[in-house]
Ligand binder design. Structure first.
Ligand SMILES: NC(=O)c1ccc[n+]([C@@H]2O[C@H](COP(=O)([O-])OP(=O)(O)OC[C@H]3O[C@@H](n4cnc5c(N)ncnc54)[C@H](OP(=O)(O)O)[C@@H]3O)[C@@H](O)[C@H]2O)c1
Length: 378
C-alpha cells in the first residue's frame, strides 16, 4: 500500500502513470543486473509521448529510451521515472543531460538514487537547469522493486532471498533425508523465475553432495544465467559435480588450503575464493561482502537446513519465499532450519508476511524480515 503521507501531493493520474513506469521497469527484472530496474514515461498534454526501460547494463537507460521514442514530442514534457536520473558518465552518458537537452520541463521520480555517484546530484543538476523536480511518488514500491540494488549500495551486501519447499508441517525431507517433489510442477517452474531474477544462486556443500543439482535457469529465451555459488569450507565438492556445468560463472568459497584441488577447480573455470573463516568454517557476512564485490544485487539461497539455519541465525535472511505442498512428515522429518543453539521466544527472528497465494495445488508464502523491511524504508 502506498504511504498516503508520501503520495498526498500527487494526483490519481500521476499515480497511474508511475504504475505504468513500474510495469516497464519490471521488464528488466531478469537482465539489468548489476544495474537497477528502471522505467520511464514521458507525458505531454495528458498524452504519453514516449516510454522506455533499462534492459541490459551498458545499454541505454530508461530515460534515453523514452526520449528516443518521443523524439521532438519530448519538448515541454514531464518525465515519470522510478529512480532519480543519473548525472554521471558511466558506460552511457548522464540521463540528466538527455532530459535537459530534449527540453523536458518536469521530472517526477519515485525515489532518490542510493548510488553514491548520484545520491541527489541528479535532482540538483535538473533543478539548476530549470527543470521542476518532485520525488516520493509510490516510493515504497520503488524501493521494493530495487531492494537488491539499494541493499548493495547502502549495506555493502546483496539482498538475501531464501527459498524453501516443505510439507504442510514445515518439513523438507524424511528422517533419512530423503525427499522428492514435495511441491508440484507449477511451484517448481516458479522457482526457475526466482533464479532468473537473481544475481546468484547460493547453496551449501550438503545440498551438492546429497542432490548433485545444477541450480541453473532452464527457461526458454534465457538472456543471462545467474552465478552459481557454493559454500564448501573443507573443499569436499567433487570435480564432476553437475553445478559446475561448463565452469563459467561458478564461485566456490572455501577455507581449505588444498591448493592442488583449488587448482583443479580453477582449470575447470571455477573461481575459487579462499577465506580464513572462523574455526574452519566460512563467515557468511564475509561471503556476502565478497558477493557485493562481484556486483550481486539479489541472491537466492537454495540450501539445506544447515546453511539456511546459519543465515537465519546471523540475521542475514531478508526475504523468505516458502512453498508448502499438501503432505506432512511429522517431527522426525527434517526442518527448514537447524540452529546451533535454541532460539528463545523473545529473540526469535520476526518476519512480516507480505503475501500468501496458491501456486497450482501448493501454497506460497512470501515474508520479509522486520529489520530488512525497516532498513529498506529508511
Ligand atoms: N526443500 C528445499 O527447498 C531444499 C533446498 C535445498 C536443499 N534441500 C535439501 O537439504 C539437504 C541438505 O541439507 P544440508 O543441511 O546437509 O546441506 P546445506 O545446508 O545445503 O549445506 C550445509 C553445509 O554448508 C557448509 N557451510 C559453509 N559455510 C557454512 C556456515 N557458515 N554455516 C553453516 N554451514 C556452512 C557446511 O559444510 P562445511 O562446513 O564443510 O563447509 C554445511 O555442512 C538435501 O537433502 C537437500 O535435498 C532442500
Amino acid at each position: 500500500m502506498p504511504d498516503p503521507a508520501v503520495t498526498a501531493n500527487f494526483s490519481a493520474a500521476e499515480t497511474a502513470l508511475m504504475e505504468r513506469v513500474f510495469e516497464l521497469a519490471a521488464k528488466g527484472c531478469q537482465t539489468t543486473q548489476p544495474n537497477p530496474r528502471v522505467g520511464c514515461v514521458l507525458v505531454k498534454g495528458g498524452e504519453i509521448v514516449g516510454e522506455g526501460y533499462h534492459g541490459f547494463a551498458g545499454e541505454m537507460h530508461a530515460e534515453r529510451e523514452a526520449l528516443k521514442h518521443a523524439g521532438e514530442r519530448a519538448r515541454g514534457a514531464t518525465a515519470y521515472v522510478n529512480l532519480e536520473p543519473c548525472c554521471h558518465q558511466g558506460r552511457t552518458p548522464p540521463c540528466t543531460d538527455g532530459l535537459i537537452d530534449a527540453g523536458v520541463v518536469k521530472v517526477i521520480a519515485a525515489m532518490r538514487d542510493p548510488n553514491p555517484l548520484v545520491a541527489g546530484g541528479g535532482f540538483e543538476t535538473l533543478k539548476l537547469a530549470g527543470v521542476e523536480v518532485a520525488s516520493g511518488l509510490l516510493e515504497e514500491q520503488a524501493r521494493w522493486l530495487n531492494r537488491g540494488f539499494i541493499t548493495r549500495m547502502q549495506s555493502g551486501r546483496p539482498w538475501v532471498k531464501l527459498k524453501s519447499a516443505a510439507t504442510l508441517d514445515g518439513r523438507t525431507a524424511d528422517a533419512d533425508g530423503f525427499s522428492k517433489w514435495i511441491t508440484g510442477s507449477e511451484a517448481r517452474s516458479e522457482v526457475q523465475l526466482l533464479r532468473a531474477e537473481s544475481s546468484a544462486v547460493v547453496t551449501g556443500i550438503g545440498t551438492v553432495l546429497a542432490d548433485d543439482p545444477q541450480l541453473n535457469v532452464r527457461l526458454e529465451n534465457v538472456h543471462r544465467q545467474p552465478m552459481r555459488v557454493i559454500l564448501d569450507s573443507q573443499l569436499s565438492m567433487p570435480l564432476d559435480a553437475k553445478i559446475i556445468g561448463d565452469g563459467d560463472n561458478v564461485l566456490l568459497f572455501t577455507c581449505s588450503d588444498d591448493y592442488d584441488k583449488q587448482g583443479a577447480f580453477a582449470e575447470l573455470g571455477v573461481e575459487v575464493l579462499h577465506q580464513v573463516g572462523d574455526q574452519n568454517r566460512l563467515v557468511l557476512e564475509e561471503v556476502l561482502a565478497e558477493l557485493a564485490n562481484w556486483q550481486c544485487n539479489e541472491i537466492l539461497l537454495e540450501a539445506g537446513q544447515t546453511l539456511c539455519g546459519a543465515f537465519l541465525q546471523d540475521s542475514l535472511v531478508d526475504e523468505a519465499v516458502l512453498y508448502y505442498g499438501g503432505s506432512m512428515l511429522g517431527d522426525r522429518g527434517k526442518s527448514v532450519f537447524v540452529s546451533d543453539a535454541a532460539i528463545s521466544f523473545d529473540s526469535r527472528p520476526e518476519f512480516v508476511i507480505q503475501s500468501a497465494d496458491m501456486i497450482g495445488p501448493d501454497a506460497r508464502i512470501t515474508a520479509v524480515h522486520k529489520a530488512s523491511k525497516a532498513r529498506l524504508a529508511a
